[in-house]
Design a protein around this ligand. Structure first.
Ligand code: ZN
Length: 444
């Protein structure tokens, strides 16, 4: 990303720019994205060994970029990132990108990769969060709570804020306090703490918020919040209904990754996601690497303009998403209808073909489940792991097994297992569809 005009390269400067650019015409983003991509591509080609020749297809003999060739740039896989970590590091950074940090991410495939990212990427993510919060009319003067895993030795004393949140105050207005609670602390204690400080907003990994909403909705307790901003999973209608019931709150899901930063935030007017097109170029591709039209789900391939330290150019993010043509709110930003599951394993039919399972969460009522997970354990068996709302009921299981075979359009044998909690990944993510049979995981 161009840090030229270094004035904008602060979280506040980027925020002001994002508030302005979301009023552009849609066509304006094409040329803006190309100018951002061009800077990244030239930087990568000159300073990142991995990209020294990989981008040649784009450049003519005079060194000009032919955008018609964009889709010839090889897609970067997670396995390549793991194997070529050193070669992916930039030997130098353009000015204004700031210090770098390294984080390891486990991701959906369980293959850990290290990502070195710049201050600028972090700042841009902060600015994108502020834009989303502004669009949601969140009140930065009210207290916010973070639920996160906090190492014991770094836990702040109870009731003491860790600082303030929201963009720096413009007219001397007071910014609200930001508190943080370890998500491992008992829910009752977290709620008590939130009551004590009058928190109006919650920022949390989606699973923690969902678990809390489930627990509260089954009790007489509830806590009024305005917005719950979540990351890690997408929010379907049943989760949103649960959040309304337990917290009276709206869910704002954001779509982000360590590799690409903040990619999209949910629209305040509907459940679509607005892509941060000023920060990322996002493609949705089918199994022949052709772009998917609106309404057709495909693989997310993303290029972040900001990460000059370890560029991810046409990176296969490991998610499945679907374009929406336009959003009711009229945003000029590209609009995603859905990001399916976030961690999403394809299943296999008995004849070996791969497909994307889709079981609507409304059907949980048929089984009497509060949360569930579908695991393909072999070519002909699906395990339904679930938390029963009441006592386990064999008749409900039989009825749901019939329904499930219809939905998946395959005559699997269906097995049930009740659990007190659906197991999460090492990174704390909920996987609704898990492929755990022998052999390679099916790819789209
Ligand atoms: Zn919208």
């Amino acid at each position: 990303m161009g840090s030229e005009g270094a004035g904008i390269a602060t979280p506040s400067g980027i925020f002001e720019f994002l508030m302005e650019s979301q009023r552009w015409k849609r066509e304006g983003f094409v040329s803006f994205q190309r100018s951002q991509l061009e800077q990244l591509l030239r930087h990568a080609r000159n300073h990142v060994p991995f990209y020294q020749t990989r981008l040649d297809c784009l450049f003519d003999r005079f060194g000009n970029i032919d955008w018609e060739k964009w889709r010839e740039v090889p897609i970067l896989t997670r396995a390549e990132v793991a194997a070529h970590h050193e070669a992916l590091q930039a030997r130098e950074l353009p000015p204004g990108h700031g210090k770098t940090k390294v984080m390891t991410t486990s991701g959906s495939t369980g293959l850990p990769i290290s990502v070195r990212f710049t201050r600028l990427l972090t700042d841009a993510g902060q600015a994108a969060d502020w834009r989303a919060q502004a669009n949601w009319k969140m009140d930065w003067s009210k207290p916010l709570f973070y639920w996160e895993r906090v190492p014991q030795d770094r836990a702040p004393p109870p009731d003491k804020p860790i600082g303030q949140w929201g963009p720096p105050a413009r007219n001397g207005e007071t910014r609200g306090a930001a508190h943080i609670a370890d998500s491992e602390i008992a829910l009752a204690s977290r709620m008590q703490w939130m009551r004590a400080v009058g928190a109006r907003y919650l920022f949390s990994q989606g699973n923690f918020a969902m678990a809390a909403a489930l627990a509260l909705s089954g009790s007489n307790d509830h806590y009024p919040l305005h917005v719950i901003q979540i990351h890690g999973i997408s929010a379907d209608e049943s989760f949103r209904a649960l959040a309304r019931k337990a917290f009276g709150a709206s869910i704002m899901a954001m779509y982000s990754s360590k590799e690409a930063g903040r990619m999209a935030h949910q629209c305040p007017a509907c459940s679509n996601y607005h892509v941060n097109a000023e920060m990322v170029h996002l493609e949705i591709l089918d199994d022949r690497n052709e772009p998917c039209p609106p309404g057709v789900p495909g693989r997310v391939v993303v290029t972040s303009f900001f990460n000059a330290a370890q560029p991810f150019i046409r990176y296969e993010q490991g998610d499945i998403a679907t374009w929406e043509k336009d959003c009711v709110c009229g945003t000029p930003l590209p609009v995603l209808r859905s990001i399916d599951g976030r961690i999403y394993h394809l299943f296999r039919r008995r004849d070996g073909t791969a497909y994307a399972p889709q079981v609507m969460d409304e059907f949980r009522a048929v089984l009497g489940a509060t949360l569930w997970q579908f695991v393909q354990t072999s070519a002909d068996e699906i395990l339904v792991r679930y938390m029963p709302a009441q006592a386990r009921d064999p008749e409900r299981e039989t009825a749901f097994a019939r329904l499930l075979k219809d939905i998946l359009r395959e005559d699997y044998s269906i097995r049930f297992e009740t659990v007190s909690a659906v197991p999460l990944t090492a990174g704390g993510k909920y996987i609704k569809y898990l492929y755990a049979a022998d052999g390679p995981r099916p790819a789209a």
